[in-house]
Ligand binder design. Structure first.
Ligand code: FAD
Length: 471
């Protein structure tokens, strides 16, 4: 009997238990549906796929299709409403079951609910499998059965559960159905940019697909995992795994990563710190699952009362990396060029937009969603809410990062900002994060700060004062 496997954010064959089970039980129709709702022009819609994410998806689908063809199958790609397409296909192919890896966003959950209801009414089965997280949301709760809102106790509770190492071997062969719907060519989905094609820097930085994910993992374990505890705070070096886009698209499972780290002998010195970050990823997804409005509403309501400035010119300067603060500008340039930004710099750049420029965090989150290759509704909205102070486990609202000190702390020799802002290449190290203080005859061709730190900090504290009671 035929099974339809609906790929979503799990574009891999390795450790994809629902796919393997389908392939072992008989012919399988591997399907990807590009959801029309994700192709909306509305930048504020958290379901929207951003430009960089679309680029990644195109290449990831091509890679998955290649892997399936090596096993005697192929990926059927369609565009439209996934619910309509899947239910129509079940009827036209007379499939007995649909398998998928469960998702945690409101639209994933809703699709699963509707499919389950409709298929059951037709005597068919929807089977939902884990694999996108280390721990399922239902398996981690407080003593009173509520979801955790703070990371440390959440992670402590996770560590009392079974070791999440997991590996389902990919099937050697995938039996194709007698006839498959034609679908559409990946090239016709309109995922790649043109006029202009801004993807050159992104293409040079990344290799989407399972093979690219494996290479990143091996490189990280060989070169950076030992020193991760310290190296992860240095944006000028490859001190982190850069697996985030591969995890976002499910080209590698967090359980595979967990297992690879645990099986390394000797254990990398940075193993615990690294696995904890995978824990943060789980935590953000659990939060989104339990609080589906997280991408659009502050988790602490009083933050709705903040009177944002939302100055269009300031926002533009931030997006273009022209704020006059090198660590912020270098980060925004790295993001624009490669579709990725170092975590430390994400925090500094996001904080600057929200606190120094008094911009609604949702505006920054939308820009990140449009430009990050790892744009992820769970991690991104949790990250922005953390920086703003309105998340459940967030930095206090009165913490206003000083962008100069952040630069001096995490990029002491200025290597990171010199790389992304070549105009600062010759600036003396003592001025590299405050070039406006360099002697007049050594001033670089670089804009002055668009706001004075002290003034902006006080303004932020005044405006954020309305939420005092929430903290
Ligand atoms: P590593 O340090 O190697 O960590 C391994 C993995 O753990 C990452 O790939 C990621 O999946 C997970 N992880 C690490 N840090 C975090 C974190 N703070 N929260 C949740 N998961 C984490 N991450 C995204 O994947 N997508 C986003 O859209 C996103 N937006 C962010 C926005 C802001 C404002 C902030 C402050 C952080 C955001 N992050 C986001 C989290 C973090 O910056 C990235 O996951 C990390 O920089 C990715 O690099 P890496 O793979 O080298 O991380």
């Amino acid at each position: 009997m035929l099974t339809i496997f609906l790929f979503r954010d799990d574009l891999r064959l390795e450790d994809n238990p629902g796919f393997t089970k389908a392939a072992r039980s008989g012919p399988v129709l591997p399907l990807y549906v590009l959801d029309d709702a994700a192709m909306t022009d509305d930048l504020d819609d958290p379901h929207r796929l951003g430009g960089a994410a679309r680029w990644w998806l195109h290449h990831s689908l091509a890679s998955l299709d290649g892997a399936l063809r090596e096993r005697g199958s192929r990926l059927t790609v369609m565009r439209g409403d996934p619910f309509v397409i899947v239910t129509d296909l079940v009827r036209s192919t007379n499939a007995a079951a649909v398998h998928l890896s469960r998702g945690y966003s409101p639209w994933d959950v809703e699709l699963e609910r509707r499919l389950n209801e409709t298929l059951a009414a037709d005597g068919k089965i929807l089977r939902r499998f884990g694999g996108r997280l280390l721990f399922e949301p239902e398996s981690v709760s407080t003593k009173s059965g509520d979801p955790f809102k703070v990371f440390t106790p959440f992670w402590r509770a996770c560590q009392t559960l079974d070791d999440p190492s997991g590996h389902t071997a990919p099937p050697d062969d995938v039996a194709a159905p007698d006839s498959s719907p034609d679908g559409v060519a990946i090239d016709t989905l309109g995922l790649l940019p043109h006029d202009p094609d801004w993807s050159t820097g992104i293409a040079a930085a990344w290799q989407p697909g399972e093979a690219g994910a494996r290479i990143r993992l091996e490189n990280f374990l060989d070169d950076a995992a030992d020193d991760y505890g310290k190296g992860r705070d240095v944006p000028s070096i490859a001190g982190t795994s850069r697996l985030s886009p591969h995890l976002r698209w499910g080209e590698i499972s967090p359980r595979t990563i967990w297992q690879a780290v645990r099986q390394r002998t000797p254990q990398p010195r940075g193993a615990e710190a690294y696995l904890r970050e995978l824990g943060w990823r789980d935590f953000c997804h659990h939060l989104l699952f339990h609080f589906p409005t997280m991408p659009v509403s502050p988790m602490r309501e009083p933050f709705d009362a903040i009177d944002w400035c939302n100055d269009a010119q300031d926002i533009r300067r931030w997006q273009r990396g022209r704020t006059g603060y090198p660590i912020v500008d270098a980060g925004m340039r790295e993001l624009w060029r490669t579709g990725w930004m170092h975590n430390r710099v994400r925090m500094a750049a996001a904080s600057f937009l929200v606190k120094h420029l008094l911009t609604d965090w949702r505006i920054g989150a939308a820009w990140f969603m449009d430009t990050l290759v790892d744009a992820d509704p769970a991690n991104n909205s949790a990250g922005w809410q953390w920086v703003t102070g309105c998340g459940t486990d967030a930095a206090p609202y009165f913490r206003v990062f000083n962008p100069t000190l952040q630069g001096e702390k995490f990029d002491a020799d200025g290597a990171y900002v010199r790389h992304w802002l070549p105009t600062l290449g010759d600036v003396e190290t003592k001025y590299i994060h405050k070039p406006w203080e360099a002697p007049a005859d050594a001033q670089p061709d670089y804009p002055p700060p668009i706001v004075d730190h002290k003034t902006a900090r006080q303004r932020a504290l005044d405006r954020f004062g309305v939420v005092k009671s929430a903290s």
